[in-house]
Write a protein that binds this ligand. Structure first.
Ligand SMILES: Cc1cc2nc3c(=O)[nH]c(=O)nc-3n(C[C@H](O)[C@H](O)[C@H](O)COP(=O)(O)OP(=O)(O)OC[C@H]3O[C@@H](n4cnc5c(N)ncnc54)[C@H](O)[C@@H]3O)c2cc1C
Length: 468
């Protein structure tokens, strides 16, 4: 499992891949759909992305991705994937004013205690989500066999237990080449329609199994605003900040605060609260909350506001268990949030989509019979989803149980104690910090944290910190 995860993290584009499909149709043109299209461009004569939004040439918000005004961190696993499969994104991002931030300018803190550096050169792109998506999209749609149809996918067509087409309805704007409705003949289809994908309903209506939907309550309230940033990247001591606060820290209900020195000489600043805590619905509230936090938040939000506060609420994490569905059509997979979406504070969504794309590449490489349901794909994907779910849902379940005073089995209690110890030790011990970062950044499987050498170091570090 651990090595399989790492091989998915490091997946490379193939050198010489046989074409397997005539037309692959990707439903949804956001991050997961674009990365799927990139993989399929090596394997299909034609790739058609079906996306209802008018995809802007210049980076900007769009209705199909309502979360795109919030801070989006592309974890190292996702950034390295993008660089391998779509080279030049980080370079162009910097040319367009975003920052590629090395460890010397990163600050990760728990209750304002800085996590010790792990000595590894992990870099983060400080960039707005719309610009990141634009850079990815420009590269994918520049591929000679990839095109975009502006339409909404409305269902699937099948023959003999396999998908043979995607039904669509035009957006009604009457653009060139658009039809009101129709079917794209396709011998492979990808659901990348995000959290609100209706694929499960289509499958049930069409006589297939509906993958079980698992939900975990994780009510998060985001608030993000943009502020003028007078200092250039080179002049900044810190260019990305992530601070996590326990209920004991007087943060005014803020559980997580983050800031990145982003394009347009701006600070993108995010506050997040759980449950009833809604930090900063107005700019005055936002600034008042920032004033309670470590000094950098007060400093960077004292500049002019370049975009007002945009709130965002998400109630739960969700995953769909495709591996449990006995009867699925062949020539169909799902990727990204359509399959699993998590508490966003862990920043896993886009990197998960990248690793799902690795699963797709590996599945297509495996020689699996495309005339059968893509069981092997879903099995690989489960490894990625389980890993991400263990990190985010594991943390959320522990928090909710603690809030509600819920009794949990001894084994779960033990695992949570170990995780708490690792988190505390990561603040002071570089080796534990490194192991923890590798998992948080989706470079390594969470199981690596249970390596006896790491557990021993974690126990010693916590004991030392307590004694000291
Ligand atoms: C507040 C918040 C903060 C987040 N922060 C981070 C972060 O820091 N790092 C990170 O990696 N992730 C983050 N995420 C998660 C991230 O936004 C998602 O994981 C990511 O966008 C998933 O990409 P996707 O392509 O699967 O789905 P989406 O981005 O949701 O896109 C779905 C696409 O499908 C299209 N679509 C919908 N219906 C149809 C249809 N019928 N036919 C065709 N197309 C359709 C939509 O128009 C859209 O383009 C955050 C999420 C939230 C809510």
């Amino acid at each position: 499992m651990l090595t399989l995860f790492e091989s998915l993290v490091g997946a490379e584009p193939p050198h010489d891949a046989p074409v397997l499909f005539d037309t692959a149709c990707v439903m949804g043109g956001s991050i997961a759909g674009l990365l799927a299209a990139r993989v399929l461009s090596d394997r299909a004569r034609k790739v058609v992305i079906v996306e209802p939004d008018d995809l802007p040439k210049e980076a900007g918000p769009r209705p199909g991705v309502p979360q795109d005004q919030q801070v989006h961190t592309l974890l190292p696993a996702g950034r390295l994937w993008v660089e391998r499969w779509l080279p030049g994104v980080s370079r162009e991002a910097q040319d367009r004013g975003a920052s590629l931030v090395g460890p010397d300018k990163q600050f990760v803190g728990h209750d304002d205690v800085r996590q010790v550096r792990d000595g590894v050169d992990h870099r983060f792109l400080a960039i707005g989500r719309p610009l990141l998506e634009t850079l990815v999209r420009d590269r994918v749609t520049a591929l000679p066999n990839v095109s975009v149809l502006r339409a909404r996918a409305t269902g699937l067509r099948y023959d003999d237990g396999a998908v043979t087409g995607v039904r669509f309805a035009g957006t009604g704007t009457g653009g060139r080449g658009e039809r009101a409705e129709g079917v794209i003949a396709a011998d492979f289809a990808v659901d990348a329609m995000g959290r609100s994908s209706r694929l499960s309903n289509w499958l049930a209506q069409d006589g297939y199994d509906q993958p079980r939907l698992e939900r975990l309550e994780a009510p998060v309230n985001y608030a993000t605003a943009l502020f003028e940033r007078p200092a250039k990247l080179a002049e900044l001591e810190t260019a990305t900040v992530l601070q996590l606060f326990t209920p004991q820290y007087p943060s005014g209900g803020v559980s997580v605060a983050a800031a990145t020195a982003t394009e347009g000489q701006q600070w993108l600043v995010m506050l997040m609260g759980y449950g009833d805590e809604r930090p900063g619905r107005t700019i005055d509230e936002f600034r008042a909350n920032c004033a309670l936090l470590p000094a950098i938040f007060g400093d960077i939000t004292s500049g002019d506001v370049t975009r007002d506060v945009v709130p965002y609420h998400q109630a739960e994490s969700r995953r769909r268990h495709f591996t449990e569905a006995g009867r699925l059509p062949a020539r169909l997979v799902g990727m990204g949030d359509a399959v699993a979406s998590f508490n966003p504070v862990y920043g896993q969504g886009m990197s998960s989509a990248a690793l799902h794309a690795s699963c797709l590449a590996s599945y297509l490489d495996s020689g699996a019979d495309p005339g059968e349901a893509a069981t092997e794909f879903f099995r690989l994907q489960q490894v990625v989803v389980d890993a991400a779910w263990a990190v985010s849902a594991g943390g959320d379940a522990a928090r909710i149980d603690a809030e509600n005073g819920t009794e949990v089995p001894e084994e779960v209690r033990r695992q949570r104690r170990v995780m708490e110890q690792i988190v505390r030790a990561a603040l002071v011990d570089p080796a534990v910090s490194g192991a923890f970062n590798n998992v948080s950044y989706m470079l390594r499987h969470p199981g690596t944290l249970f390596d006896p050498a790491i557990l021993e170091k974690a126990a010693a570090a916590v004991e030392g910190a307590t004694a000291g």
